[in-house]
Design a protein around this ligand. Structure first.
Ligand code: ZN
Length: 262
């Protein structure tokens, strides 16, 4: 039995716990990358996170997914590339060798593995994040961070992306958005806010991805609280940069991630 599928199951069950309010029904998904095999394991389409079983995860090769994104970067989100993506998604293979369709949101994880050196990628629909991401001033609410631990764990500047249709268009939006972010800031985004949709966080382990999600949700609640109390006062950009990369804060990030959100 795949060890990775077991770890993915544990993270999916934590994420799908009703107490966390991160996903309901078949919302959200999670994936993990095996760099040696250049393959990743992702949730099969339609599976409820909190109830996933070991056979609900499918292996896909990274390279054919990257090829689709690179072609879409040049050609846009065409029907031919959508068909090509569907073909790839339908060829997912469970750890026990059955063929099942991978999640329609798979390309979001492909960007994390290809561009961001992450090996874990968690996508959820937390109510406070979706509320802000569906508001008329969503980009404004996410132009900077709001307290030091958001900066430390989720990065000094969130990446906010406008709504895109789940599938190729969403994957292309995240691909282009992350590339632009890396060009601008010289590092990866720690949290991606998908307009009218949800949240993406990453890590080199399941604990890091989950801890970052929890902090991003707290930061969303803080924004909503600040808005109800008259407006958001952001951490100044230069201060956020300083906090995020101070050696003691880098160590604290490691401690926060290791703190046992299990
Ligand atoms: Zn989603």
């Amino acid at each position: 039995m795949s060890k990775l599928a077991k770890e993915l199951n544990e993270l999916a069950h934590k994420t799908g716990d009703p107490f966390e309010d991160l996903t309901i029904l078949a919302e959200g998904n999670v994936a993990a990358y095996n760099a040696q095999k250049r393959k990743f394991l992702v949730k099969a389409s339609g599976v409820v996170m909190g109830k996933s079983q070991l056979e609900d995860w499918v292996w896909l090769d990274l390279d054919p997914c990257v090829e689709i994104l690179e072609a879409a970067e040049k050609q846009g989100s065409t029907q031919a590339l959508t068909d090509q993506l569907n073909k790839v998604l339908h060829a997912g293979e469970t750890p026990d060798g059955k063929i099942r369709k991978a999640s329609i949101e798979t390309l979001v994880h492909v960007v994390a593995f290809h561009l961001m050196e992450s090996t874990w990628s968690l996508h959820s629909h937390p109510t406070p994040v979706v509320a802000l991401a569906s508001s008329t001033k969503a980009a404004e609410h996410y132009k900077a961070s709001v307290f030091p631990d958001e900066t430390v764990l989720c990065g000094p500047v969130p990446l906010f992306l406008k709504f895109a249709e789940p599938g190729l268009e969403l994957g292309l939006g995240v691909y282009n958005g992350v590339k632009d972010y890396i060009n601008r800031y010289g590092r990866n985004p720690g949290q991606i806010i998908l307009g009218n949709h949800g949240l993406c966080t990453f890590g080199t382990g399941s604990d890091e991805a989950f801890a970052t999600t929890k902090m991003a949700v707290k930061a969303a609640r803080v924004r909503i609280g600040a808005l109800s109390a008259g407006g958001i006062s952001f951490v100044p950009d230069d201060m956020a940069e300083k906090i995020a990369f101070r050696p003691d804060e880098v160590k604290r990030r490691a401690d926060l991630v290791a703190d046992k959100t299990k």
